[in-house]
Design a protein around this ligand. Structure first.
Ligand code: CUA
Length: 341
């Protein structure tokens, strides 16, 4: 439908006292948009910042929201006036008005916003770091390394509160992207090349992270958790994580370890001082993680058993094959893995 036809219909409808549903729907949507900022549980909201980088991004977002909101309302007002006007003589507004409202003022606003954006972008790159973490993305999971401490983990990143952390990001395979919405901006993870991102968490807590570049398959199930600890708790965690995993405390756990070593598990997964598989996530700290399958499921013994038995039903296309374990072996394996905390 052409614009003239829509306007004609709108006028016809107004003359007949009808309401235009699409116009009212549009107005309702515009009014309800600011409500997304209401304070509810929003693990992926940039409007609930918990660190200096996210703070600056949220401030910039609000500046854009108000400036463009005012522009939007003025534009709607002018549109409304134009629709109401019944004058047919085309009474020109004058080239001066067209120049000011159509070129000069928009250009001024856009340049102002560009300056604000560039300033924030410049500030996001910290000049020094307190701590460094390496993250490598794989076919729908994240490998995490603390190179200075000889600690490896997967799909979970531990950092101290109040420290500037430098993330060195890369990818094995296709391009992914790293994002912890409540802590800062996004950064692409590229094969054969590393990128960096600086983040700081101001409060202890568990922050949700996600892959934010479509990477085919189960991209939607590629997440991670970032756990921010008080500095002394973090030091304790790091010390614990650097130690060798506990040896099986009884014959049941011993059997679980034997199942792990005797089945295909050990070929794909690393457990420190035990196996060196690199296809799947490192399992040295599996019992302490918040999630399974890179954020797919909560980590508990039931979900762990389900994941081992048939992870394809939970996250189709991941690289873990089906396992055909006897129930007692599966139980022993689950308990052994659960003991790795
Ligand atoms: Cu990895 Cu999307």
């Amino acid at each position: 439908m052409s614009i003239q036809k829509s306007v004609k219909n709108l006028r016809k409808g107004r003359a007949a006292g009808q309401r235009n549903p699409s116009l009212y729907g549009f107005l309702l949507l515009s009014i309800s948009l600011p409500l997304v900022a209401c304070r509810v549980e929003r693990p992926h909201s940039i409007l609930d910042p918990a660190g200096p980088a996210a703070d600056q991004i949220a401030t910039l977002w609000w500046q854009m929201f108000w400036v463009y909101g005012v522009v939007f309302i003025i534009t709607l007002g002018l549109l409304f006036l134009a629709l109401r006007s019944r004058r047919r003589d085309g009474s020109p507004l004058g080239s001066r008005f067209v120049f000011m409202a159509g070129i000069a003022i928009p250009a001024l606003i856009l340049v102002g916003m560009l300056v604000l954006t560039l300033r924030v972008m410049g500030n996001l790159h910290a000049s020094s770091e307190d701590f460094q973490v390496k993250v490598i993305s794989h076919h729908w999971w994240f490998e995490v390394q603390y190179p200075e401490y000889g600690v490896a983990d997967a799909n979970e990143i531990h950092v101290p509160v109040g420290s500037m952390v430098r993330f060195e990001l890369s990818a094995a395979g296709v391009i992914h992207s790293f994002w912890v919405p409540r802590l800062g901006g996004k950064r692409d993870m590229l094969p054969d090349y590393y990128t960096e991102l600086y983040l700081q968490a101001d409060e202890p807590g568990v922050y949700q992270g996600t892959c934010t570049e479509y990477c085919a398959g189960v991209h939607a199930l590629m997440g991670f958790r970032l756990v921010a600890h008080e500095p002394k708790d973090f030091a304790r965690w790091l010390e614990r994580a650097a130690e060798p995993p506990p040896t099986p405390a009884d014959s049941h756990l011993q059997r679980g370890q034997e199942v792990f070593m005797g089945s295909s598990c050990a070929g794909c997964h690393t457990i420190k001082d035990l196996s060196q598989g690199t296809i799947g996530p490192d399992l040295t700290l599996i019992g302490a993680r918040h999630t399974l399958g890179a954020g797919t499921l909560d980590n508990n013994r039931g979900n762990l058993a389900g994941w081992i038995a048939n992870s394809q039903a939970l996250k189709p296309g991941n690289e873990m094959p089906l396992s055909y374990l006897e129930p007692e072996d599966l139980l022993a394996l689950v308990d052994y893995l659960w003991s790795l905390q």
